[in-house]
Design a protein around this ligand. Structure first.
Ligand code: C5P
Ligand code: MG
Length: 153
């Protein structure tokens, strides 16, 4: 059965980098405020995959008041999701948008696609990512939205 998934995540920003995003550590003047490492893109990807498969979401799987997940590397959460839920699931593609005023993310996007694709056993072209500013309406926030198309056997 073909299913679409939708994931969204948002974090406040504070001064001081690096910014952890899409499994990369980006040299930036801001970082996400979070219980985990605040990787909004990976958090949105997890929801875009897990909810259509089993109805769970990142908060039900990895509660943000659980000390085990304090400062956790979100890549390890995505790997856990892969191992637990993605056997027998074929990901057709994911399209992602990151909303962030600064820094400009264009130079980082190819490496981000490659990193996420390699974790999930995909080709880079199956993980498309674009960036938009908030047009200064949310300068202290990072947001990610992801749609996925998956085949569940
Ligand atoms: O939000 P806006 O349409 O003004 O963004 C213009 C372009 O700047 C985007 O299409 C994208 O290519 C780039 N951008 C970026 N990094 C950001 C925000 C936008 O590379 N953090
Ligand atoms: Mg998050």
């Amino acid at each position: 059965m073909l299913k679409v998934g939708l994931g969204q995540d948002m974090h406040r920003l504070c001064q001081g980098g690096p910014l952890i995003l899409g499994g990369l550590s980006i040299d930036a003047e801001v970082q996400a405020i979070a219980h985990s490492d605040g990787d909004a893109l990976i958090h949105a990807i997890i929801d875009a995959l897990v909810t259509p498969i089993c109805g769970e979401n990142i908060g039900s799987l990895f509660p943000d008041n659980d000390p085990r997940y304090r400062s956790v590397d979100s890549v390890s959460l995505l790997q856990a999701v892969r191992d637990r839920f993605l056997q027998g699931v074929s990901i057709h593609n994911m399209d992602c948008v990151i909303i962030l005023d600064q820094p400009k993310l264009g130079p980082y996007l190819p490496a981000m696609s490659k990193r996420i694709a390699s974790i999930l056993g995909l080709e880079s072209h199956q993980v498309s990512i674009k960036a938009k500013t908030s047009e200064k309406t949310a300068p202290d926030r990072i947001e990610a939205r992801v749609v996925s198309l998956i085949e569940v056997k």
